[in-house]
Ligand binder design. Structure first.
Ligand code: 6PG
Length: 246
């Protein structure tokens, strides 16, 4: 696991875009699958990525987690991803399905089945190439929120998750799927994330283990790309200074 600290969110976004583009170019397979993160942080990275040299015809995007809303809802990650990068890049994309009247469980199961049809795999199951993850100020990632049932799911790659703190259903990749990814890049920016990032990376005795920490338990190569504000409370973590791309 590596933590690279950039001076500000702009430098972080540009460096993240360059790293992602390089990963796609370097992977010789016919298809490179990438889980697109929801929320607001990735927007700058998506914009920067459109200016990079990426063989988009080999990229297959999917959604790491989704809100339980129609695609025309302002909270839809599927629609945010379409607007932010899918349409402009021309990548192939697997939207999370929505049908009025369908349950979150039904939609999650349908998406899991569709994902298994696009992701690389080996004898142990699917192998995502890259997952982009954000992190909330409570240490959640994807829609794996503290004190929710999805944290304990071991027999599914994608699941519905009731999030009592938000009084809503979410749909999310599970730890088993994240642990099978070849690469994971966390994008974390802003001082509001500093306390959670410290607890994720440097949990003190007796402190709760936050959901983002659980991502580190698998076989993925995990890189945290963070800005200085988000890294402000890290004391025990070896960090690498991020050289802002020219
Ligand atoms: C979502 C995300 C979620 C997000 C974090 C950080 O659907 O909201 O997938 O896990 O990455 O909440 O969100 P911000 O980038 O907006 O801070």
């Amino acid at each position: 696991m590596e933590v690279i600290v950039y001076p500000d969110a702009g430098a972080l976004a540009l460096a993240a875009a360059r790293r992602i583009a390089r990963l796609v170019r370097e992977r010789s397979a016919d298809v490179f699958t990438i889980a697109l993160a929801g929320g607001s942080t990735p927007a700058a990275t998506y914009a920067a990525l459109l200016d990079e040299d990426v063989p988009w015809d080999r990229v297959y995007g999917w959604i790491g987690d989704e809100r339980f809303v129609p695609h025309d809802h302002p909270d839809s990650n599927t629609s945010m991803a379409r607007r932010a990068i899918v349409e402009a890049s021309g990548m192939t994309f697997l939207p999370v399905p929505w049908r009025d009247g369908a349950t979150a469980d039904e939609l999650a199961a349908e998406y899991e089945s569709a994902l298994l049809g696009i992701l690389d795999h080996d004898d142990s199951g699917p192998r995502p190439d890259l997952m982009l993850l954000g992190m909330g100020d409570d240490g959640h990632t994807l829609s794996l929120f503290p004190d929710t049932d999805a944290l304990a799911v071991t027999d599914r790659w994608f699941t519905a998750n009731w999030v009592a703190s938000k009084d809503t259903w979410r749909l999310t990749a599970t730890y088993p799927l994240a642990h099978r990814s070849r690469e994971i890049i966390f994008l974390v920016a802003g001082g509001g994330k500093a306390a959670a990032l410290r607890q994720v990376l440097e949990p003190a005795d007796g402190e709760a283990i936050l959901p983002s920490t659980g991502i580190l338990d698998g076989g993925a190569r995990v890189t945290f790309l963070v800005d200085a504000a988000a890294a402000a409370e890290l004391v025990a973590t070896e960090t690498v200074p991020g050289i802002p791309p020219d």
